[in-house]
Design a protein. Structure first.
Lengths: 107, 311
């Protein structure tokens, strides 16, 4: 599956536009996880832990989106967009990762 | 053996510095700066003692003399060396004031709990990292190992947590039933957004394979959603919070997109260019988080071509 944030694919011909595909993932809405992340913040362990969790969430969102594209018969996603949204939480750590793009078939 | 000791003395930084003429001059200047600090500190302490500058028997000289000593040393070092000497005089004054204030002027001081506590506090002030490490790591570690008190405390906290939050609450069944009813009443999870007669594209540029007959302008839709956290926590299924919030977010996205598609269809559009989605938190209120999904893009009418679009 080819993923691209560009509007077109150079040297490739798009034969079909399938439409919108998206994927979501969420981390850190558990109240106790939030509390412990606050503790980790004190001992400077938060950055790496959160980076790992964010990467895991991003991969999960990508996987969902790619699965949807495959279901539509697409072999590429263009105009890809990623957004990270803080949905609040007990300590403001609930982060929603959203990825979306246009599923296409190209040759 | 003697040669080895001599070698070790020669290896010391101070011994090396004394051999070099320039280094020796710098070292003497450093010692001079420290001396200035000590003199200023002692003078301050004497003035404080002489003027009885104290409150409830506690003399301010104990604080002011190390402070002034360090300040004077730093000023002198800055002027003559253009670098800091580490306020060594402040530490020396600290020792002088403690020895004088607690031992010389109190010859009847006996060894009791208060004296022992005072010694610990004085040592803690003089060597904070070493003493704190000793107190926290060594002393607490030995107490914990011998008595098992921390093990008991953590076990108690865990048991209390399990008792309060992990029990089967009476409201759990009612809550799950309500949640399921709520979802099924307004949302069809099987709905395919790409089969509603509007080709949604996320690209900024119009695709060269599709001809645009008309641009209809910008379209925007939104949907507000929330998760009642407090109710969930009370219902004892806080582990499902993440899943619940994710489902709510997905439903909100789909509902906002549906609203957008309805608007587009009403205006005769069969395509949307440059779809942008934004999710904003509108502010938590009493455990309830309110979020706002906004979808916007440019409505267009594509020339329908079966071979390149899913229309």
């Amino acid at each position: 599956m080819l993923l691209s944030s560009t509007s077109t694919l150079e040297n490739k011909t798009i034969v079909k536009y399938h439409g919108l595909v998206n994927g979501e993932s969420l981390i850190g809405s558990n109240i106790y996880k939030d509390l412990f992340s606050g503790v980790r913040d004190v001992v400077e362990g938060r950055t790496s832990t959160y980076a790992e969790e964010l990467e895991s969430a991003r991969n999960e969102a990508f996987q969902t989106m790619e699965d949807k594209a495959k279901e539509l018969g697409a072999n590429g996603i263009i105009g890809l967009k990623i957004s990270y949204n803080n949905l609040g939480g007990t300590m403001g750590n609930t982060i929603l990762v959203t990825v979306y793009g246009t599923a296409v078939s190209y040759k | 053996m003697l040669n080895k000791i001599k070698q070790k003395i020669n290896d010391l930084t101070i011994t090396k510095r004394l051999k070099d003429e320039d280094d020796r001059k710098v070292l003497l200047k450093e010692i001079g700066c420290i001396d200035i600090g000590i003199i200023v500190g002692i003078v301050t302490y004497v003035i404080c003692l002489y003027t009885h500058f104290d409150i409830y028997g506690w003399n301010f000289g104990l604080v002011l003399s190390p402070l002034f000593a360090g300040y004077a040393e730093s000023l002198a070092a800055k002027r003559y060396l253009e670098e800091s000497t580490g306020a060594i005089s402040a530490f020396i004054l600290f020792l002088i004031t403690v020895v004088y204030g607690f031992i010389i002027s109190n010859p009847t001081l006996g060894f009791n709990v208060i004296t022992a506590g005072s010694i610990v506090i004085i040592l803690q002030a003089a060597f904070p990292i070493a003493v704190n490490y000793f107190l926290i790591a060594t002393v607490l570690g030995i107490i914990s190992h011998v008595t098992g008190v921390f093990n008991k405390i953590t076990r108690f906290i865990w048991n209390a947590y399990e008792k309060i939050f992990k029990r089967e609450p009476k409201t759990k069944g009612i809550y799950i039933e309500k949640r399921n009813t709520k979802k099924s009443s307004f949302y069809d999870g099987e709905l395919d957004m790409n089969k509603l007669g509007v080709l949604i594209l996320t690209m900024e540029d119009s695709p060269k394979e599709l001809n645009i007959i008309e641009y209809k302008g910008i379209y925007e839709s939104s949907h507000i959603f929330s998760v009642k956290r407090r109710k969930e926590i009370k219902s004892g299924i806080e582990d499902s919070l993440e899943n619940e919030l994710l489902i709510c977010a997905k439903i909100a996205e789909d509902k906002a997109l549906l609203k957008l598609i309805k608007q587009l269809r009403a205006d005769g559009c069969n395509g949307l260019l440059n779809l942008n989605m934004a999710i904003e938190t509108l502010g938590p209120s009493k455990g309830e988080n309110l979020s706002h999904v906004v979808m916007r893009g440019t409505g267009v009418i594509f020339e329908e071509k079966e071979d390149v679009s899913s229309l």
